[in-house]
Structure formats: C-alpha cells, structure tokens
Design a protein around this ligand. Structure first.
Ligand code: CAA
Length: 391
C-alpha cells in the first residue's frame, strides 16, 4: 500500500512514521529539503526510542527505507491514499487539496488531519468530494492510539469504511463520528478543558500550577491542562478555539492563551509557554505543587457538559467519548467514567454555580439535568453515563 503525507511538521512526520511502521510505502511531501531533513531526523529519533523499548522489531533504518521525502507532489501520482497535515490555514489547505486532486489517482482517497476546519469545506475544493474525509491523529502519533474518522456531508459510506479499516491497519483504534461537528469530539472537549482552566485562573480562583496540579494529581491525567496546551502548541489551541466558537460553540472570556501567542510564546515548540522547557521542541514534564485546592469535578465540569451535548445530538455515545479521551489524550479512564465516579450531582452543581455568576457557556445541558433529577448521579447511585452492578 502506498500513502502520501503532505506536511512534515509535528503531526505530519509522526503520521508518516506510523504508516511506515505499519509496512506502508510512504511519500512525505513538504516545501523545503531543510524541513524534510529535520522531519527525517525526528522520525529516526522516535523510531530509535520505539526500537530500544521493544515496541517495534524492525530497525529504524528498515522502517525509514520505506519513507521517501520530496518537495514535489509528483511522487504522489500512484498512491492509494493521501493525508494532509499542513498548518490550519484554509487557504493553504485549499492549495494542497487542489494539488493532490490533480496528481493523486482519481479512485484514491484524500484525507485531512485538520483538528477543526470542517471537512465539507475542504472536500468542496476538490473534484471528488465524496472521497474526502477527516482522519484526525493525536500528538505524538506514534504513541497515541486514537484516530477520529470524520465523514463530511459528502463522504461516501465506502470511503468512511475504508478509512476506518486503514486506521486499524496502522495499529490505531478508530472512533467514527456519525455527523460532522466543528472540532469533532476531541477538540470540543479539549476546548472546554482549556476554557475552564482559563476561567479558574482569570477569575482569581486558582493559579496555573494549582489547576495543573489538580489535573495531574487528583484526576491523574498525564499532563496538566496548561501543560497540555503548551505541548499541543498555544497557536494551535487558539486556532481551534476560534474555529469552534465561530461555528457556534459558546465562548468563555479568556486572554491567557492569546497573549502568549502574541508574544510568540507558543509552548514546547518555542521552549516557552505557560512553562519553560529545556529547549525549543524539547518537552520535559513540568514540576507542580503536590497539593491543590481546585476541586477535580470543577475542572472537568464544562467538558462533561460538552460530552452530554455530543450524546444528546447523537454524534457519538458515552463509550466513544471515553475512548477518545483515553486513547487520544491518555486519560487513565474515560471522562464520563470519571464524572460518574466524582458524582454527576457535583458536576451539575459546579456548572450551576459558575453559570449563576454570568458565564453563559456553563448553562447545564438538559440531558445532564434530566439524569440528575432522575437520580442517575453516577457510580454511587448505580447509574450515570454507565450502569453499575451491585458489588
Ligand atoms: N516517539 C517515540 N517515543 C516517544 C515519543 C515519540 N514521539 N515521545 C515520547 N516518547 C517516549 C519517551 O522516550 C519515553 O520513553 P521511556 O519511557 O522508554 O523513557 C516515554 O515516551 C514517556 O515520555 P516522557 O518521559 O517524555 O514523558 P511522559 O511520561 O509525560 O509521556 C506523553 C509523554 C506520552 C506525551 C504523555 O505525557 C501523554 O500522554 N500526554 C498527553 C498527550 C496528549 O494528550 N496528546 C493529545 C493532544 S491533542 C491532539 O494532538 C489533537 C489536536 O488536534 C490538538
């Protein structure tokens, strides 16, 4: 199987690496040899780590021998599948898709790794909109098991099924959305975590470190919320926030992310964001205070409210939301499973309390209100997002 990946940045080089590890022949395309050579070094370094840990049997050199780098689209003339992973600028995506549409065989599928731009808008640029689909990987692609598969309103069922199977062949667990929504599942929930983290700090209720300490030490997340924002890139976070809110999601007033982006402090990639890192592009775990006064149910309250919205609108079910958070963000357990354990009544109270202070986005979702009013308050009551047997 031959696959083209366009864009060799943080996500593109990781996706190319994943495809090559799965035995596929990969054509990695970008605009300069410098960028491509850097991507090659990063793939080699990652493969070396995976080989040393025994995750892959093949040597890094063997895997790398399946990757061809190029500054020309011509190498994509006989690929079966192409994935675009260039920056989140619609004009740029438009150009890439026009090129791919021109070069890639007519029967092949064109996928985008966009984290927030509507797939339908991208599909419309091409002459094969039924063969354009969202295939959303998570950073770092070689480690994160999730791929969200997002059919646009034009995508054919065959193309969606093929993409789901391809994700499995790449060793990933696909979660398929029934209907496309801005930000998909992952980034709608991520946005809500970013919003609440920001509200905590800008309302003076907690410090950045306290929010992150609670996320890491109480919720047992692999990273704090601000730490994760730094890891993903604050520019990416600001972009996805803007795109999702512009397309109808409720907003929360916040300047913490944007002001750092304006200062060119983009997080791990520049070596500084909310925290300082050893060098640009080099992540190391941030040190946080062991104690925090921030209640864990408050940190996830807005995200759980979003989860209820996704279920209510039949985009995905509770298990699928939890798969997204476990495998896309390495949560130790699903978001809704956590909510059930903490108590849906507590989550609802947190939302109501913040909402009463004038934060419109915290208006509790009707599904959540109904569950709590019917006594479905989570694990302790035997029913919440899940049903629990008596122990
Ligand atoms: N390739 C291979 N190995 C890698 C790697 C890579 N790219 N990155 C890290 N590793 C390895 C490290 O070498 C290390 O290996 P050893 O245990 O053998 O030493 C191991 O992974 C753990 O790494 P670290 O010690 O550096 O740090 P950690 O324990 O905190 O783990 C992490 C790092 C796996 C990234 C973890 O912190 C984590 O899961 N964080 C959450 C990441 C996340 O949520 N990603 C999704 C972001 S959202 C997104 O991508 C979508 C979007 O649209 C915005």
């Amino acid at each position: 199987m031959r696959i083209a990946v366009v864009g060799s940045g943080t996500m593109g080089h990781g996706i190319a690496e994943v495809a090559a590890m799965a035995g596929m022949e990969v054509k990695l395309i970008d605009i300069s040899w410098d960028i491509l050579n850097r991507a090659k070094e990063r793939m080699y370094d990652s493969l070396k780590r995976l080989h040393e840990r025994g995750t892959i049997r093949e040597t890094p050199d063997t895997v790398m021998s399946r990757i061809e780098i190029s500054v020309s689209y011509d190498v994509a003339k006989d690929v079966d599948f192409a994935i675009e992973a260039v920056p989140e600028i619609l004009e740029l995506k438009r150009k890439v898709f026009q090129e791919l549409d021109r070069v890639v065989p007519k029967e092949s599928i064109l996928a985008t790794n966009t984290s927030s731009i509507p797939i339908s808008d991208i599909g419309e640029i091409t002459s094969r909109k039924e063969k354009v689909i969202g295939m959303h990987f998570f950073n770092p692609p070689p480690l994160m098991k999730l791929v969200e598969v997002i059919p646009s309103k034009y995508t054919s069922e065959d193309v969606t099924r093929y993409t789901v199977e391809l994700a499995k062949k790449m060793g990933k667990t696909p979660v398929r959305l029934r209907v496309e929504v801005p930000g998909f599942v992952s980034n709608r929930i991520f946005l809500r975590l970013l919003q609440e983290a920001c509200r905590e700090v800008e309302s003076g209720e907690a410090t950045i470190e306290e929010v992150d300490s609670s996320a890491r030490n109480k919720l047992k997340l692999p990273m704090g919320i601000f730490e994760l924002a730094d890891y993903v890139g604050l520019d990416v976070a600001v972009d996805l926030w803007k795109v999702i809110v512009e397309r109808g999601a409720s907003d929360v007033k916040c300047s913490s992310y944007k002001e750092r982006v304006d200062r060119k402090e983009l997080g791990v990639k520049t070596g500084k964001g909310f925290y300082t890192y050893p060098a640009p592009g080099k992540y190391s775990k941030v040190s946080l205070p062991p104690e925090s006064k921030v209640p864990p149910e408050r940190i996830i309250s807005l995200a759980v409210n979003e989860g209820a919205w996704l279920i209510e609108n039949n985009i995905v079910n509770a298990e699928e939301i939890d798969t997204v958070m476990r495998l896309g963000f390495n949560f130790p357990k699903g978001l809704l499973e956590m909510a059930d354990e903490l108590g849906l009544d507590k989550i609802l109270n947190a939302l109501r309390e913040i909402h009463s202070r004038g934060y419109e986005a915290y208006s509790p979702n009707p599904l959540l209100v109904k569950m709590v009013s019917q006594g479905q308050t989570g694990k302790s009551s035997g029913r919440g997002f899940y049903t629990y047997g008596k122990t």
